[in-house]
Design a protein around this ligand. Sequence first.
Ligand SMILES: [Zn+2]
Length: 273
Amino acid sequence: MSTLSTPAAPLDILAIAAHRDDVEQTCGGTLLKMAQRGQRTGILDLTQGEMGTRGTAEDRAREAAEAAKILRVSWRHALDIPDGRVENTWENKLKVAHVIREQRPRVVILPYWEGRHPDHYTASTLGYEACFLAGLAKLDVSVARAPSPANSEEPPAPLTAGRRQDAGATKLPPHRPFKIIYATLYYDVRPTFVVDITELFEMRFQALMAYKSQFSDQEAGKDLFPAQTEIRARIEAMARFYGLLGGVTYAEPFLQKEVGLVEDLTLIPVKSI
Ligand SMILES: [Zn+2]
């Protein structure tokens, strides 16, 4: 008899990002849209935000849980990779591969592989290689499972419901996501497709504003952080721009490395002329 605990249902979509609030900015509307369609979505933040100019890692954990509720994600977790030092090491790859095996997503959303912030582009390569490793049947990723004590603050239920961090006694079967797509919002690159988030724009903005320690108007980091009205204007401008490319009001941009596969030419969306 196996001692395997009953696994939670696999995630349909897992978004992986370097920092808490990255997903809210780059693909939060898409996650919410998928959740509204009945898909199980999840977010893996690689770091906990201890280097932020504003607020503490604890503040950000609370805010991340609040944002997750707004985006209706089924699962969210932050790894203990140091903030500002996301490195593509073997140990970090195993940590992410462990999560891939545990949550078994069909689709993984990664940050685009170029950008200004080293944590962002490193998270992209790290995430990709972890997805590959997670599928290697003979690779034991359990060495990476132990979360640090600082990582034990968890978002409140029901977010923890699907989490089985302590899989130590069991060996997780290999899993490789079917699809990897890249959220390109942080980088000026032409997306291969956009997701219409017109109906979800307000909710996504609320999810971002859940990070009160970051985005409320305050003294600390005043020169570094724009005022809230300016943040809204910028976010709206970006969503409008990508919406325009897809012929809708607001959209989020993505890139896939593979070519598109078409069955019926008359059903290809987005007007040419
Ligand atoms: Zn970030």
